[in-house]
Design a protein around this ligand. Structure first.
Ligand code: SF4
Length: 337
């Protein structure tokens, strides 16, 4: 069966102005997301990974227009959300939901859980008013809580339970796409696994599509179908989960993966330690943004921006933005540590 496009991001840029001087003029920009494109198909889980400051969360927020994108298109079922008026955008709000790292921060502590859930339904006109309370209780059961807990306040729940409330709230308006922004990062490992399993079960039950944003490659490996790796506002590699973990091509992806511990004590993996820190997104490096830290960088890398491409050794749909994929793979190019 042909895959159906659900979300198509094209040339998305998100720049934040930096004000300065006596008159408070814009003196520069933080280029948090700089010209990225990707597609998400119905029913799949796509993850965006990268270090803090790479632009992954900003991408999620720009898709939902929690920040107004500076440039680019965000097409949801063929409709460009970025071009809609605020009023027209409201019609799509229920289709695209977000679960945050700390749902506690996004839930009014003075509201009961029932009121949090029915409020979302009320705003989006989901169900007649007299049926919303019952639906809220059903949703609590769906996410593994108990109906009588609807009358409790958020502070009466543990971190994992609060995340379940965040999920119930997202589900309450029958969304199609859920953006999970570091949704399990704050939880203990065992609770993380429970919430990830719950998200997978709900995906099957409600035919959901997820955009998972995380710095944690272990979590991403568990949940994703495809993975996007970002570095300093750009996509450097995109691939299905197996290709990315078994056959990474971009030197940055290789460095990220080398940092994951292997549970087998007999297997040894060489850890690639990158030099320096991530440069500032205010004045990112020219050419390939990774050149200041890349062990294979040449003068060409300082000037020419590498485009995402599929080399002959890569599967269809696997792309990396590096000038020297073939040379690094053949060993012709050696790292200059
Ligand atoms: Fe490294 Fe150059 Fe490839 Fe960028 S283009 S990843 S700097 S080798």
């Amino acid at each position: 069966m042909e895959k159906q496009e659900l979300l198509k991001v094209e040339g998305l840029k998100q720049y934040f102005p930096i004000k300065g001087g006596f008159l408070g003029r814009t003196v520069n920009h933080v280029k948090a997301v700089d010209d990225i494109s990707f597609t998400i198909y119905e029913g799949e889980t796509v993850s965006i990974v990268g270090e803090s400051g790479c632009g992954k969360s900003t991408t999620g927020r720009a898709i939902l227009r929690l920040e107004e994108p500076t440039e680019g298109k965000v097409e949801f079922r063929g409709v460009d959300l970025a071009g809609l008026s605020k009023r027209d955008m409201r019609k799509y709000r229920k289709d695209l939901q977000i679960i945050f790292q700390d749902p506690y921060a996004s839930i009014n502590p003075r509201q009961t859980v029932a009121s949090v859930l029915t409020e979302a339904m009320d705003i989006q006109k989901v169900l007649p008013a007299n049926e919303r309370r019952g639906r809220a209780e059903e949703l609590l059961e769906t996410v593994g809580l108990l109906p009588y807990q609807a009358d409790r306040f958020p502070h009466e729940f543990s971190g994992g339970q609060r995340q379940r409330i965040g999920i119930a709230r997202a589900l309450s308006v029958n969304p199609q796409l859920i953006i999970c922004d570091e949704a399990v990062s704050a939880l203990d490992v065992s609770i993380q696994a429970q919430v990830l399993n719950l998200l997978e079960e709900l995906q099957d039950e409600f035919k959901l599509t997820y955009l998972f944003i995380s710095h944690d490659l272990g979590v991403v490996r568990h949940i994703s179908d495809r993975i996007i790796v970002m570095y300093l506002g750009k996509i450097v590699e995109i691939a299905d989960k197996y290709s990315l973990f078994e056959n990474p091509k971009h030197p940055y992806t290789k460095a990220l993966l080398s940092a994951i511990p292997i549970p087998d004590p007999d297997k040894k993996k060489e850890r690639i330690v990158l030099r320096g820190d991530v440069p500032s997104p205010i004045d990112p490096p020219s050419g390939c943004r990774f050149h200041t830290r890349c062990p294979y960088a040449t003068e060409k890398c300082q000037v020419d921006v590498p485009e995402l491409r599929t080399a002959s050794s890569m599967k269809e749909g696997h792309e990396a933005a590096c000038h020297y994929i073939e040379e690094i793979e053949s060993g012709e190019k050696q790292p200059n540590y």
